[in-house]
Ligand binder design. Structure first.
Ligand code: C2G
Length: 719
């Protein structure tokens, strides 16, 4: 059987992917391959990491020529001994049958290139037995149809294509080393032009994993200035093609498409400074090289614009492009009035309107409720400094009865945009919208929403949540925060590292816990019980679980399946206990608790969980930060952690060892939960010391005055 040479360039910060890539290759059904890893410098660490993979034929190669990914791949080609070549990036993923399919198709079709399919995904898939069984079935039923490849499947990327090595040598195909990112096109396009027989195999799957930390570990494409390099790469590729050939025309048309759709704003946004002039020069140069008569311009005016560019008349080209984008925006606005509000905010209100020094804009949990630290800061300011400020609350649905006068605006409505642009102070417990424009007169107070148990942002390895750009977005959004509230020393250390945060952290305790120190707390609790029709003669259990990163319908809309058997709880504990069940604010599923309504109050829609803490005798949670706050009351805490291993080890990772240091027992199933609640006194006396220690460590700053400390520092005494 023919040997495949797998070529993988490897740079400094990519070492962390090396063993998982080796694991993938160990799993390949097709085993006759050598793996050439091309390094920019000799590194003993790499050899150490690969020491256990004796079964793989690994060649570590360094060469003085290796300066970028293009040269590394060329060195790989030169050093390869196989009959075919395959490029694999260290942080990507191939299914176990990928090589097998490609090699098999190449053999049966005698193709010079076999092109597999590439999908972009956010996280690596995890193998399951059902998946392996599916693969087995698929491999048995393969009907290889050697169909010639269509032009839209001719990717610029060299990945997941098996190349016949003699074909590559006969035509001296290589990557242009003068560029790094985007150099692929200088290899693939000539290859497609020269190859007489190219076949597509959809079963050979390659997963391109999007790097979720573009801030600390950007991929090559995330690092590079693509708007500048792209036209250069196309020019270099065109020079290698026959003028007027089918491939050359296809590439020219792709270039025009990218001009309109991918790079337009990078080319034309902002004033013509040196950076933008360089970009314009490169685009003009490439447009001069292509035959613009072969291009399909949608409108004559587009062609005129490009002609100005070609003639180096950058000012006129820019004016025309900007005019075009204004027209486009107007069309968008007519179609979608939502866009209009944003546009008026970003281009007018946030630039031209004046900032009002006494206006404060509050938002809690994305406008879902009147709660958390923003609520307590609002109440403090109203009590201590009545009539001094104008208070504006953002809510996503309808108006709410608040204890003090306030203006209420609908989230993302026009009034919201108006107050976002003009309020001097913003008090928010989550991230603001990505398009928020921070004005220099504005002060952003981020209260955050919990002492973390689950690893946060840059402390997370893989992001399993619905948004693949989570880390980059978080980084950019948090740059606008002037102050960040921390409830304890532990949180401060984590926030600095996990948010890469260098602005001021106010380690002042949590405003949201002030109520737990109110001298009237018992009275408040019993009045609330009456209001919510919660029995006065039963012990109240608050069950407040968190969300699961991998169970969602779409971003912000998460699923939740109730594992707690409430009917059994009622049967066994109904005489003594009454339950409040409260899901996390991300949960879109509405729990149907009608059949247990005499035993359970559905507190999911209740505004403020702090008030629910006050009336609860016991807290049950899983991995939610709620227990750090509830610990202020020194009442028993139980952890219903039926999916502990998955949550801790796969999804998130924890900062503290719940088993060793948590303030209560971990309970894995309904039986244990029932017996623990039946013996609650005994269990809580066993955990008394741990709860005390936990309280000392995480609650020492909370004393009922955090709202005061923070409001006075950030708002009242702000000069
Ligand atoms: N919360 C709630 N009801 C729940 C769960 C959470 O009201 N059933 C509120 C609590 O105020 C809690 C906050 O939402 O402190 C954050 O919830 P977590 O479950 O801890 O999850 P998350 O939103 O991911 O925040 O540093 C804290 C972390 O960011 C966790």
């Amino acid at each position: 059987m023919d040997k495949v040479s797998i070529i993988t360039p490897l740079y400094n910060n990519d070492y962390k992917y090396i063993t998982s890539c080796a694991d993938l290759l160990m799993k390949q059904v097709y085993e006759n391959f050598e793996w050439l890893i091309i390094l920019d410098e000799i590194n003993p660490q790499v050899a150490g990491l690969l020491a256990n993979y004796e079964d793989l034929d690994i060649k570590l190669i360094t060469d003085k020529d290796v300066t970028n990914v293009a040269s590394a791949r060329n060195v790989g080609i030169r050093n390869s001994e196989g009959q075919s070549l395959y490029f694999l990036d260290i942080d990507d993923y191939i299914h176990e049958h990928t090589l097998f399919c490609l090699v098999e198709t190449m053999k049966t079709s005698s193709a010079q290139m076999v092109v597999g399919s590439v999908k972009k995904v956010n996280v690596k898939p995890s193998y399951s037995t059902s998946y392996s069984a599916m693969l087995d079935r698929m491999l048995k039923n393969r009907h290889i149809k050697a169909s010639p490849i269509k032009s839209k499947k001719m990717r610029s990327s060299c990945l997941n294509i098996l190349y016949n090595k003699s074909f590559v040598e006969d035509y001296s195909l290589s990557f242009d080393q003068s560029i790094s990112d985007l150099s692929d096109v200088t290899f693939t396009m000539p290859a497609f032009e020269k190859a007489l027989n190219v076949v597509f195999d959809k079963d050979a799957i390659y997963l391109k994993i999007r790097r979720n930390d573009a801030v600390q570990f950007p991929s090559l494409s995330q690092r590079s200035n693509r708007a500048l390099v792209y036209p250069i790469s196309i020019r270099l590729a065109l020079k290698l093609l026959e003028p007027g050939s089918k491939i050359s025309i296809m590439l020219s048309r792709r270039f025009l498409y990218s001009y309109h759709h991918r790079y337009f704003s990078d080319i034309y946004n902002g004033d013509i400074n040196d950076h933008r002039r360089n970009i314009l020069i490169e685009w003009a140069e490439t447009f001069r090289e292509v035959n613009i008569d072969e291009m399909k311009f949608n409108r004559f005016i587009h062609k005129v614009e490009v002609k100005y560019l070609i003639n180096n008349n950058f000012t006129t080209a820019t004016k025309m492009a900007k005019f075009r984008s204004v027209i486009k925006n107007i069309k968008k606005v007519i179609k979608k009035p939502k866009v209009a509000k944003k546009l008026i905010y970003t281009s007018y209100l946030s630039r031209k309107s004046s900032v009002k020094p006494t206006w404060i804009l509050y938002e809690s949990f994305l406008g879902k409720n009147y709660s958390d630290s923003p609520k307590y800061i609002f109440e403090y300011l109203n009590q201590a400094h009545p009539d001094k400020y104008k208070h504006i609350w953002v809510f996503d649905k309808g108006r709410k009865e608040l204890p003090f006068k306030s203006t209420q605006v609908k989230r993302f409505g026009f009034k919201h945009m108006y107050y976002m642009a003009r309020s001097k102070y913003m008090v928010n417990n989550m991230r603001q919208p990505k398009w928020f424009v921070k004005r220099k007169e504005q002060i952003f107070l981020e209260t955050w929403h919990g002492t973390p148990l689950k690893k946060l942002v840059f402390d997370m390895n893989e992001v399993h949540s619905a948004n693949p750009n989570y880390k980059l977005d978080f980084y950019e959004q948090s740059r606008s925060w002037d102050y960040l509230v921390s409830a304890n020393k532990y949180s401060t250390q984590i926030f600095k590292r996990a948010f890469l945060f260098d602005n001021e952290i106010l380690e002042y305790g949590y405003p949201r816990n002030d109520l737990l120190y109110s001298p009237d707390k018992d009275k408040i609790a019993s009045e609330l019980k009456e209001k919510l029709e919660i029995p006065l003669d039963k012990k109240i259990v608050l069950y407040a679980p968190t969300w699961r990163d991998d169970e969602y319908y779409k971003p912000g809309k998460y699923k939740f399946k109730l594992t707690m058997d409430l009917e059994r709880m009622r049967e066994e504990l109904g005489n003594e206990y009454f339950f409040i069940v409260r899901t996390h604010y991300f949960i879109a599923d509405h729990l149907d608790l009608d059949n247990v309504s005499d035993f359970v109050f559905n507190g999911s829609k209740y505004d403020d969980i702090t008030e629910l803490y006050l009336l609860s005798d016991v807290l049950i949670t899983d991995y939610s930060s709620v227990f750090f706050d509830f610990a202020n009351l020194k009442r028993p805490i139980l952890f219903f952690t039926y999916d502990l291993e998955k949550y801790r080890d796969t999804l998130r990772g924890f900062y503290i060892d719940l088993q060793e240091d948590g303030p209560g027992p971990l309970i894995m199933n309904n039986d244990e939960l029932i017996s623990t609640l039946k013996n609650l006194d005994e269990v809580s006396s066993n955990y008394r010391d741990r709860l005390d220690r936990f309280h000392n460590e995480y609650c020492e700053l909370d004393d009922g005055l955090a709202s005061k400390r923070i409001s006075e520092k950030v708002i009242v005494n702000n000069k």
